[in-house]
Ligand binder design. Structure first.
Ligand SMILES: NC(=O)c1ccc[n+]([C@@H]2O[C@H](COP(=O)([O-])OP(=O)(O)OC[C@H]3O[C@@H](n4cnc5c(N)ncnc54)[C@H](O)[C@@H]3O)[C@@H](O)[C@H]2O)c1
Length: 445
């Protein structure tokens, strides 16, 4: 394939007509056919995505776009001088040698670049959350439908074998009737709280500041806002968009749930008062109604704490009438059958009444002493992914397989928005101090 740089901007102005000419065919390929990828947004996650994608086999990086020159140079250090680089992602989309793009930009660019990429005939692996604001979701779903491109959101739990095992157990009725899910993501470090390093060469010459801002409100040059964009609502989505979205994706995959009916969030900025305008302690409560064939009505409680004073960890508890499924690095199923006898609390009754009660009780439950231990033997089972297993790599394998086969992926735009929607609505609830309704079918607030 040709790798000539096309200066479509010089000839095509600001419109997106030129990339549309660069349509790749979208036809089915063999399992070993080479796939050429491009990276748009070459920061921490984008570079990790790119490395994982190239480990899949038959995948080659041909182009990188980023608004910071240092990351373009770093891309060439890592992946070779032949990689085409540009500060303008549209130059990457205009290249006919690009089959698929990985989008690792800040959240406020996800929707625009995803749609432009699909319209330019590229398949898309877009990092979570799929969109930055609720009103942005429908257009991505529509673009996926109208272009027929493969579009996968980057919440890797959806491909994890641990989560697949959890889904199998859940669907087989291992915990009985689900009534509640809890999940948490606690951190206790500066990096965990998004205090990322600012490079010493972060100058206006090395950064295309206006292209970073995009549709965000105008702001004077300030590298902190670029390198720590998560801390600002103009570009990021707070802890809900950043971390709850992973929890929604994994949980929806396991249960088959489409989303909650009501959303309530609370929290505050308790510790990291570094100029950020988003909370560092955050709770979300979500009411799920029953969904035929998937789950009964249940409550979901999510938590992020960036100042937890203990170990960093994250996990799930799926609580049902017959047991609890815990999902962390591995999976633990604890089954506790329901009591077979009701037990009794009679010592406040007179002795005569106690004797009468006991006689009646033993007549009904003759053989067993009603001790908790004897009645409720707990069984536990554990599952662990094999050493070296990496769900992030697995997620990229699934994406590249879909690019080759043209078979749809699980975490497509609709799935992605069903996870992003309630996460983003949590921010609305928090900042507007209200309970927010959500329609999980139509994905409308
Ligand atoms: N799946 C996961 O587990 C996971 C983990 C971390 C981050 N993420 C997601 O990945 C995305 C990137 O996060 P990150 O931690 O890598 O951030 P980052 O700041 O390290 O990287 C973002 C990069 O995008 C560049 N950029 C900004 N505007 C751009 C534009 N208009 N065009 C091209 N490049 C532009 C920045 O210069 C930067 O290099 C986020 O959406 C985040 O939510 C996902």
């Amino acid at each position: 394939m040709a790798t000539t740089r096309r200066h479509f901007l010089a000839t095509a102005g600001a419109g997106m007509a030129a990339p549309l000419m660069a349509q790749s065919s979208g036809t089915k390929r063999g399992t070993n056919d080479q796939v050429h990828i491009a990276l748009i947004g070459a920061g921490g996650q984008g570079m990790g995505d790119c490395a994982a994608s190239q480990r899949v086999g038959g995948v080659k990086l041909v182009a990188v776009a980023d608004v910071y020159q240092g990351r373009l140079e770093r891309s060439r250090e890592l992946w070779g001088k032949d990689v085409f680089i540009s500060r303008d992602y549209r130059e990457v989309l205009a290249r006919p040698d690009v089959d698929a793009v990985i989008i690792g930009t800040p959240d406020h660019w996800h929707q625009r670049i995803s749609i432009d990429a699909m319209k330019a005939g590229k398949d898309v692996y877009c990092e979570k959350p799929m969109v930055q604001r609720l009103e942005m979701g429908a257009a991505v779903i529509e673009a996926q439908k109208s272009t027929g491109r493969i579009f996968q959101v980057g919440s890797q739990r959806v491909s994890s074998i641990v989560y697949l095992k959890a889904r199998e157990l859940y669907r087989a009725g291992a915990i009985g009737e689900l009534n509640m899910i809890e999940a948490w993501w606690d951190r206790n470090s500066a990096i965990g709280a998004w205090e990322y390093s600012i490079p010493p060469d972060a100058t206006p010459e090395n950064i295309d500041w206006d292209r970073f801002l995009g549709s965000a409100p105008k702001h004077e040059f300030d590298p902190v806002r670029l390198f720590r964009w998560r801390n600002y609502r103009d570009y990021g989505t707070g802890v809900a968009g950043d971390l709850f979205v992973h929890l929604f994706s994994g949980m929806h995959m396991i249960t088959g749930a489409l989303g909650p009916r009501r959303v309530y969030a609370s929290g505050g900025l308790r510790f990291w008062k570094d100029g950020r305008d988003v909370p560092d302690v955050f709770y979300g409560l979500y009411d799920y109604e029953a969904r035929e064939g998937s789950h009964p009505a249940f409550n979901l409680a999510l938590r992020v704490n960036f100042v937890d004073g203990g170990d960093e960890n994250s996990g799930f508890r799926f609580v049902g009438s017959e047991g609890i499924l815990s999902v962390e690095d591995g999976l633990k199923l604890q089954k506790t059958p329901r009591e077979r006898e009701p037990g009794y609390t009679i010592d406040t009754f007179s002795e005569a009444v106690q004797r009468e009660f006991l006689a009646g009780y033993r007549e009904k439950y003759p053989k067993r002493e009603p001790t908790l231990d004897s009645m409720r033997p707990a069984e536990a089972e554990a599952f662990q992914a094999p050493d070296g297993y990496d769900d992030h790599f697995h997620h990229h394998q699934n994406f590249i397989a879909a690019v080759r086969s043209r078979k749809p992926v699980v975490e497509d735009a609709t799935f992605g928005f069903r996870a992003a929607g309630p996460a983003l609505l949590s921010n609305v609830s928090y900042f507007e101090r209200r309970i927010c309704p959500w329609d999980p079918e139509t994905m409308k607030a």
